[in-house]
Design a protein around this ligand. Structure first.
Ligand code: BTN
Length: 252
C-alpha cells in the first residue's frame, strides 16, 4: 500500500484477488509465526464469515481484511480489541468521507441507521496466554444496492450509497491502519479506559431500550453501559442487570 504511514500495522500485506475467507489465511499465517500487524486483504470472498455463524456477503468493491495481532494481555480483555477496531474504522470513515458513522454494540458501524461494517474477532490461546487475535473487518465501500442480497437490502448500505460518489478503498485502509496503530499503542500503554471513552462517544445504543438476541435467548431492557472488558450491561424491567457477551442488538 503506497503511502502507508504506519510502523507495524500493514507492514506485511498478503493480498489476494479471491479467497474463501481472509480469516482462514490470517489464522494460518499467525500459526506459522507472522509478525504482529500482518494484514490479509481480498477483493472478493467466496465464504465470508460473519458473527454468530452467519455468512458475510463479500462481493467485489468492498474491503475484506483480517489483521494479525499478538497482544500480551489476559484473554478476557481480547473483546476490547473489537471495540478499538470499531473506533479506528469510524475515524477512517470520518477522514475519507463527509459521513457521520455510529457504533452499535459491539461492533456494527451504522450510517443513517444502516450497517456498513462488521467486525469478527477470533482468538487463539493456550491456558490464559493469547497466541494471536485475528480482527476480521468487512466494510461495504462501493457496492450499489443491487449488489446486496434481498434479505439485507433494507438493513445494509455502503459508503458510496450514503456519500453519493465512489470512495477510495486504499484511502480507507490507509487511514484505518494509521488510526488503529495509534489506538493500539495507547491501549497497550494506558489500557482500555481512553478507548472506552472514545467508543462511548460514537455509541448509539447506550441509554436506549434494546432487544438483545443471544444464541441462548432474547432479553429486553435498557443498555446502561459497557464494562471495563467491553461487555454490554442490560437492565431488565425487574431491575436485574445482565452481562451480554455476544448478541444482536435492536434499538426499540
Ligand atoms: C459481522 O457479522 O458483523 C462480522 C462480519 C465480518 C466480516 C469480515 S470480512 C473480512 C473477514 N473475513 C471473513 O470471512 N469475515 C471477516
Amino acid at each position: 500500500l503506497l503511502g502507508l504511514e504506519t510502523k507495524m500495522m500493514g507492514k506485511h500485506i498478503s493480498y489476494h484477488e479471491s479467497l474463501p475467507s481472509t480469516q482462514k489465511i490470517a489464522h494460518k499465517l499467525a500459526d506459522s509465526g507472522a509478525e504482529e500487524g500482518t494484514l490479509v486483504i481480498a477483493d472478493e470472498q467466496t465464504e465470508g464469515k460473519g458473527r454468530l455463524l452467519r455468512t458475510w456477503h463479500s462481493a467485489k468493491t468492498g474491503i475484506w481484511m483480517s489483521l494479525v495481532l499478538r497482544p500480551k494481555i489476559p484473554m478476557h480483555q481480547a473483546p476490547q480489541l473489537t471495540l478499538l477496531a470499531a473506533v479506528a474504522i469510524v475515524q477512517a470513515i470520518e477522514d475519507t468521507t463527509s459521513l457521520l458513522p455510529a457504533i452499535k454494540w459491539p461492533n456494527d458501524i451504522l450510517i443513517n441507521g444502516k450497517k456498513v461494517t462488521g467486525i469478527l474477532t477470533e482468538m487463539q490461546a493456550e491456558a490464559d496466554r493469547i497466541h494471536s487475535v485475528i480482527i476480521g473487518i468487512g466494510i461495504n465501500v462501493n457496492q450499489g444496492l443491487e449488489d446486496f442480497p434481498d434479505e439485507i437490502k433494507e438493513t445494509a448500505t455502503s459508503l458510496s450509497i450514503e456519500e453519493g460518489q465512489p470512495i477510495s478503498r486504499t484511502s480507507i485502509i490507509q487511514s484505518f491502519l494509521k488510526h488503529f496503530e495509534i489506538l493500539y499503542n495507547l491501549f497497550l500503554k494506558e489500557g482500555f479506559k481512553p478507548i472506552k471513552l472514545l467508543w462511548e462517544s460514537y455509541a448509539v445504543s447506550l441509554g436506549k431500550e434494546i432487544k438483545a438476541s443471544t444464541l441462548t435467548g432474547v432479553l429486553y431492557g435498557k443498555a446502561i453501559g459497557i464494562t471495563e472488558d467491553g461487555v454490554l450491561l442490560l437492565k431488565d424491567d425487574e431491575g436485574e442487570i445482565h452481562n451480554i457477551y455476544s448478541a444482536d442488538i435492536e434499538i426499540s
